[in-house]
Design a protein around this ligand. Sequence first.
Ligand code: S3P
Length: 166
Amino acid sequence: MKLHIILIGFMGTGKTTVGTIIAETLSRQMVDTDQYLEEKRGKTIPDIFRDEGEARFRDCEHNVLKELIQSPKPLVITTGGGIVLRKDNVKLMQNSGFVVALTASRNALIERLQHDASRPLLQGDLAQRIDRLLTERRNAYDFAHFKVDTTDKTPDEVAQIIVAQC
Ligand code: S3P
């Protein structure tokens, strides 16, 4: 299969871990939009949020996505959880790759994210922030071509399920 494999999903669904396994299995390069942006800008995502604001971060995220999908080499692209907030990103992803949405239960997300203080949108009461964002993004990941619930699965199991579809 020649298309990019694009992983979307809420923070904590395991996109980067699963993407790394898929890339190894299929001998492809994996690029994470957040990591790529951090390297390009020489600045961490929290610093971009703090210094430039979320709107500017979303513009940078969009530009990175546009650049990556133009790669002639089929990539595994893992994305930040909010990339789906822009309609133009949704279109770009739908038209240029096999889009896989990873999901997880609210409790699994809280458990996975509780020891990671790095995410700008999850500062403060974690459960409250997650609940609010889950509500705001209720149907935002539904456009994916394929969905995997990661709640009770290991990253290896999730990756195998996705590879079997490719
Ligand atoms: C965000 C998710 C983060 C990162 C940024 C914003 C979001 O990526 O892009 O903090 O809006 O959901 P992960 O989903 O990899 O945590």
